[in-house]
Design a binder for this molecule. Structure first.
Ligand SMILES: [Zn+2]
Length: 328
């Protein structure tokens, strides 16, 4: 990893860190706050590399020196990562860290510690860390990562520089996924379902998801071409595939996107279509469905999701839905 892909996704946070390293003006402590999957850990690791690198230039780690390689593989003796031990980070973990820091760095005097889920420190652990932050050692940096910054002690917050990590806007997430070798159609779909980068990548890598997408296309085709058979397709193909309630909910989310696409076509907003490889089929279906009927179909899908949520029999909820979609 280098800064480049991280700059794409978290420009502001990365620029701040990179410039500070370049000018040798890193703060002693940072809080990286933001939702899951926004790259906090990756940026923390890259920060450690650029800070410790033997051939750092312009705030960028070289990537091949001894320090870079060992940080990349997760076994540099002066880079410590602390994670919750069970539900919380305990005082013993912070004490062990302090003990470690009492010694000179093994190879240089630089040290880095990264605390993941810093908001899960027990009160004792947090107070212990606070003392540590009050007497910063020269040449050491602390990176506190959290999804819930308001849960950190105010006294800790005031001793660290806060950097916010945000979820990617839709188009950026799509580009990011495509750079990960994910097809444009799948990338668009995943970005429509979540704004969480890590989750979007997971979705795309799951074979199930691509299959689910095919099932949805198949059902809409049936509804369009042979509406009387849709119920058979449902029973033979859908219900055996979307077995769990969660899966069925995901399937209905995809179906909802299909109808939203139909609406986008009606409104001449083709650029918003998510099933981009199905444009022809969508356009054809849009010819036969009025906006009102599309709106009605979307409401019916939402109502089916609600029924599932309140534990209605899935087969029954789906049959009702297909009947409504047939009638439009
Ligand atoms: Zn290096």
């Amino acid at each position: 990893m280098s800064w480049a892909p991280l700059l794409e996704t978290q420009e502001r946070a990365v620029k701040t860190i990179k410039n500070s390293i370049k000018k040798d003006r890193l703060a002693h402590a940072y809080i990286f706050e933001g939702p899951r999957g926004t790259g906090k850990t990756a940026v923390a690791k890259e920060t450690a590399k650029a800070f410790m690198c033997q051939e750092q230039s312009e705030g960028e780690a070289c990537g091949h020196c001894r320090n870079c390689k060992r940080i990349e593989s997760g076994n540099h003796p002066d880079v410590h990562i602390i994670q919750p031990d069970g539900a919380s980070i305990k005082i013993d973990q912070i004490r062990a860290l302090q003990k470690e820091f009492a010694y000179q760095g093994m190879e240089s005097n630089k040290k880095v510690y990264i605390i993941e889920h810093a908001d899960r420190m027990t009160v004792q652990a947090a107070n212990s860390l606070l003392k540590f932050l009050e007497e910063p050692l020269s040449h050491s940096i602390a990176l506190l990562l959290t999804e819930q910054v308001h849960r950190l002690l105010e006294t800790i917050r005031s001793r660290a520089q806060l950097l916010s990590f945000s979820s990617l806007p839709n188009e950026k997430l799509e580009v990011y996924l495509q750079n990960e070798n994910i097809s444009p159609a799948l990338a668009k779909m995943a970005a429509a379902l979540t704004s969480n980068t890590a989750e979007a990548v997971e979705i795309c890598r799951e074979e199930w998801f691509a299959q689910a997408r095919d099932k949805v296309i198949q059902l809409t085709e049936e509804l369009r071409k042979r509406p009387d058979y849709a119920i058979v397709t449902l029973q033979e193909n859908w219900l055996s595939f979307f077995k769990e309630k969660e899966q069925l909910t995901a399937g209905l989310n995809l179906l909802l996107i299909w109808y939203r696409d139909l609406l986008s076509i009606h409104l001449s907003e083709t650029e918003r279509v998510v099933f981009i490889d199905q444009l022809q089929a969508l356009e054809q279906q849009a010819l036969h469905l009025s906006q009102r009927r599309i709106g009605g179909a979307m409401l019916a899908i939402l109502s089916a999701q609600k029924k599932l949520g309140s534990n209605m029999n899935p087969a029954m909820a789906m049959e009702q839905l297909v009947l409504q979609l047939q009638e439009g």
